[in-house]
Write a protein that binds this ligand. Structure first.
Ligand SMILES: NC(=O)C1=CN([C@@H]2O[C@H](COP(=O)(O)OP(=O)(O)OC[C@H]3O[C@@H](n4cnc5c(N)ncnc54)[C@H](OP(=O)(O)O)[C@@H]3O)[C@@H](O)[C@H]2O)C=CC1
Ligand SMILES: CC(C)(CO)C(=O)C(=O)O
Length: 322
């Protein structure tokens, strides 16, 4: 149970990933959640988490606020951590969290997919630690407040930039472990980001554009498997240009995970597909645009990723204009 001296944690982005970490952290920290569309439901009944990992029907009734201004109005004590679990859409969140970020104190933790997403926080808050994390957590929220979580839960954690002092990232790793979560600390977590991007830059836009689960994409045509692998290898090549080595075998392994699920009919709906289905903007820049721009800077060919970017960007604009 958290005590007076427990860390104070504010969650920004209380969606499916955020709800699971909010519940875990509520065991060891004083937690508050900024909720938007699910505010009324979560304030009244809290979250219900049905998890293949942690158990069914878990109830989590957090302190709920509408925004960061309201969060700080409740106490003059600073937040030790602000955890960002909104979608990684650039340009918005650093300003919105400003009231809750105490200069030189609050650690900003990003639990989000993508590459090149940390810099806007480091620029906006140069005296605050930025903690970058890669998350493996297949999870959905349907309807509001009800979370379904599958079989994996892992956070890979490091300081941003990797040359920054690491004590805050190490302390956050310990905090997640003490809450019962799986957390790994890395001196340079960017390699892990690139490795996860193999999956996200390929599967997320392809499933979102085809409105299909990953296994359905693979089963639909003989060409799909090779195309998916080719997209992953473009990400591998861009990562290599930045000094991060991912082997061909590792790319095969990532693709193999989806192939192995075909006979079990256990397809995954990546978060970008869920976003399109719910009419939400998609993380096209964090997941596809940023790696392409980084690839171009180093002269790496990425024609398949460019095609996905053009299509996913147009889809995102279409959703945004609706
Ligand atoms: N879902 C998954 O299986 C996985 C997701 N990820 C990554 O984790 C991150 C979080 O994803 P996920 O949990 O699925 O996302 P969700 O869309 O489920 O949750 C995002 C939450 O952020 C809230 N939010 C966004 N903008 C604001 C704002 N201005 N003020 C207040 N709240 C806001 C949304 O509120 P509202 O409902 O009002 O829009 C929503 O509750 C993403 O980077 C994703 O790629 C990584 C691994 C797996
Ligand atoms: C890999 C996957 C599908 C689940 O962890 C994911 O990262 C996402 O849905 O964006």
């Amino acid at each position: 149970m958290p005590s007076e001296s427990s860390p104070r944690v504010l969650l920004f982005g209380a969606g499916s990933v955020g709800a699971v970490y909010l519940w875990l952290l509520s065991r060891v920290a004083s937690t508050t959640a900024v909720c938007r569309s699910n505010y009324e439901v979560v304030k009244k009944d809290g979250f219900i988490i049905n998890s293949k990992t942690f158990g069914q029907g878990i109830r989590c009734k957090p302190e709920v606020v509408r925004n960061c201004e309201e969060a700080v109005s409740r106490s003059s004590d600073p937040y030790d951590y602000i955890i960002i679990c909104s979608k990684a859409i650039p340009g918005l969140v650093p300003k919105l969290i400003a009231p809750a970020v105490t200069p030189g104190h609050t650690a900003i933790v990003l639990i989000q997919n993508g590459i090149g997403i940390e810099d806007e926080y480091a620029q906006a808050y140069p005296s605050n630690p930025v903690i970058s994390t890669v998350v493996y957590l297949p999870v959905t929220q349907r309807p509001a407040g009800v979370i379904y979580h599958g079989e994996a839960e892992k956070l890979q954690i490091g300081a941003y930039p990797s040359s920054a002092p690491s004590q805050h990232a190490q302390a956050f790793t310990e905090l997640i472990r003490s809450a019962g979560g799986c957390a790994e600390f890395y001196d340079d977590v960017q390699l892990k980001r690139w490795f996860k991007l193999l999956v996200n830059a390929s599967w997320n836009p392809i499933c979102a554009l085809s409105l299909s689960k990953d296994t359905d994409v693979l089963a639909a045509s003989g060409e799909a498997k090779d195309v998916l692998l080719a997209v992953m290898l473009e990400i591998r090549d861009i990562a290599a240009a930045y000094g991060y080595t991912i082997t061909r075998e590792e790319a095969d392994l990532q693709l193999g995970r989806a192939l192995a699920r075909i006979p079990k009919n256990a397809g995954i709906e990546p978060s970008m597909l869920q976003d399109v289905q719910a009419g939400r903007r998609i993380e096209v820049e964090a997941i596809v645009g940023n790696p392409i721009r980084m690839g171009k800077e180093k002269g790496v060919a990425c024609a398949r990723l460019e095609m996905l970017y053009v299509l996913a960007k147009a889809l995102d604009q279409h959703i945004g204009s609706g």
